[in-house]
Write a protein that binds this ligand. Structure first.
Ligand code: GEK
Length: 243
């Protein structure tokens, strides 16, 4: 899919970024390769977002992708609600990501609106489907419930939230299994031990995973009537939460 220029070698050599992970130009340039080689099941999740959209997007409603990165999930939304006159919006607060999404996709998908903004500040109204595909994990934990409450309040009856997250294990034994298998997945995709450990250090204070139980309890607290796990591979999950 990617030639060498777009292959993720960010943490491979002496020029590896120091400090906390940021979604800058260097990350944007390799992001499709990075996420596919780092998140088990990512391509399947994107395909299923399209199928879920075909099932749940309501005619004339708003459909939002919060933390859209380069727009892979936003395109799945646009394709899934084809012909239903939905207002599809991709939101990201990293200019390097959003600008690249917009410049590569605007001509092919003119129906998508792109918004460079913090997802904690965008209005959510008259929506039938909202996506948080591996984005909530980057918000400070104290801000997560407020956002979920706003999403719940902005959904039409019958509307859903698709929430995908890297999760924390329930105990040490499960943590060992999941972390080991995630590393095995990355090694199988060509990442070296050094790259894996540098990336883990860079993400440590930025990506804050929580347990599946905590996510489901918070969704309930935010007013969602139920949440169902529809995807899991190691420590990566996706849920459908119903208004
Ligand atoms: C995909 N959904 O390809 N406001 C807006 N955007 C934010 C915020 C915020 N407060 N915090 C983080 N982001 C995508 C993948 S990546 C997941 C999502 C990953 C954005 C951030 O800039 C980045 O683009 C995205 O959330 C997370 O399906 O890299 O593991």
């Amino acid at each position: 899919m990617n030639d060498r220029r777009n292959a993720d070698r960010l943490f491979a050599d002496h020029a590896a970024p120091k400090g906390d992970f940021v979604f800058d130009e260097a990350v944007a340039a390799v992001f499709p390769d990075m996420i596919k080689r780092s998140v088990p099941g990512y391509p399947a999740i994107i395909n299923m977002i399209q199928l879920l959209t075909e099932r749940y997007a309501q005619p004339g409603s708003a459909v939002l992708d919060l933390g859209c990165s380069l727009g892979a999930s936003t395109v799945a939304l646009a394709l899934g609600c084809d012909g239903r006159d939905c207002r599809v919006t991709g939101v990201d607060n990293a200019p390097a990501m959003l600008e690249r999404a917009q410049s590569t996709l605007a001509t092919r998908y003119p129906q998508i609106r792109w918004l460079c903004a913090d997802i904690r500040e965008v209005p959510i109204e008259d929506a039938s489907l909202v996506v948080l595909n591996f984005t909530l994990q980057f918000l400070p934990p104290d801000d997560r419930l407020t956002l979920l409450r706003r999403i719940r309040a902005g959904l039409r009856p019958g509307g859903i939230l698709i929430l995908s997250e890297k999760i924390a294990a329930r105990d040490e034994v499960e943590e060992d299994l999941l972390a080991e298998m995630h590393h095995a997945f990355k090694r199988a995709n060509g990442y070296s031990e050094l790259e894996i450990s540098r990336k883990r250090t860079a993400l440590e204070k930025v990506l804050l995973p929580e347990s599946l139980d905590l996510h489901q309890a918070r969704l309930e607290n935010a007013g969602f009537s139920r949440s169902d796990l529809w995807f899991r591979c190691f420590n990566f999950v996706s849920l459908v939460a119903r208004r």
